[in-house]
Design a protein. Structure first.
Length: 266
């Protein structure tokens, strides 16, 4: 079975489950976010450990806990999590007499918490605003559409490759077609869900996915290149790792939440 077929079959199985979790919200959404947080944290810890001092394994359950802190307390929980990360990782080094690279381990732990648990918590906050479940479903669909068009049009028409050194196979043409697909799909979804969110929110979805979604993908490619790995893991057949599949979503969530907040205040 070739890679494309594996990707299609896995997508057909998981896509309905993901949409169900995002649309349903509540406890089902939290369980989904917790799974993504735990698996992504495991992948990122392993990936960074290829080049830098390994972060203690306790960061994995700790990050899962922080996801709930961020969803329940929002930004008010950020200071609490900073203190807990510092105390936990520092205490671990003190107890096991790990002195060398302690600063790097603590810094990497802060990064992992911010990059995964904090950003993913915005999915829950988005679900709580008016029409939030429709916005979440629309965002993930637009991201998938962006990735698909960027890949296929980039493969077929890409002439300017190598501009993004972190991802040599990506082309400028693919990035542009991905952005255009994001804007177009956002208008289509707005006309489907117009009773649930505004035109301005639809435009914000398209711009967020088209620009920051692709930026999120490139940023994760940067981490992988620096760590010397091709994929964050091989846990999803034909797709690589969980972080590979949700890197665009992770970055898009806080950006869209911020843009939507600004729109609402106007």
């Amino acid at each position: 079975m070739n890679v494309i077929m594996k990707r299609v079959l896995v997508s057909l199985f998981f896509i309905p489950l993901i949409i169900l979790a995002l649309f349903n919200g509540g406890i089902l959404l939290l369980i989904f976010l917790l799974l993504i947080t735990l698996l992504s944290t495991w992948e990122l810890r392993n990936m960074l450990g290829n080049k830098m001092p390994a972060v203690p394994l306790i960061i994995i359950p700790l990050n899962g806990l922080f996801l709930f802190v961020f969803t329940l307390m929002g930004n008010d929980g950020f200071l609490l999590c900073i203190v807990l990360v510092f105390c936990t990782i520092a205490l671990n080094d003190v107890l096991f007499n790990r002195i060398e690279n302690a600063i790097i381990r603590i810094s990497l732990s802060f990064f992992i918490v911010f990059y995964i648990a904090y950003t993913l918590s915005f999915a829950y906050h988005i679900s709580k605003i008016e029409g939030g479940n429709y916005l979440l479903v629309s965002l993930i669909i637009i991201i998938w559409t962006t990735d698909t068009f960027a890949y296929f049009f980039g493969t077929a028409l890409g002439r300017h490759r190598g501009y993004f050194k972190v991802s040599p196979n990506k082309s400028v043409e693919g990035f542009i077609f991905g952005f255009l697909a994001a804007v177009a799909s956002s208008f289509i979804l707005y006309h489907i869900f117009y009773e649930h969110y505004s035109l301005y929110q639809g435009i914000a979805l398209g711009l967020t996915a088209g620009i920051f979604g692709q930026l999120g993908d490139l940023c994760e490619s940067l981490f992988k290149r620096d760590s010397g790995v091709k994929d964050s893991s091989t846990i999803i057949p034909g797709h690589g790792g969980v972080l590979d599949r949700f890197d665009s979503f992770i970055i898009s969530l806080p950006v869209f939440y911020l843009v939507n907040t600004l729109i609402s205040s106007i």
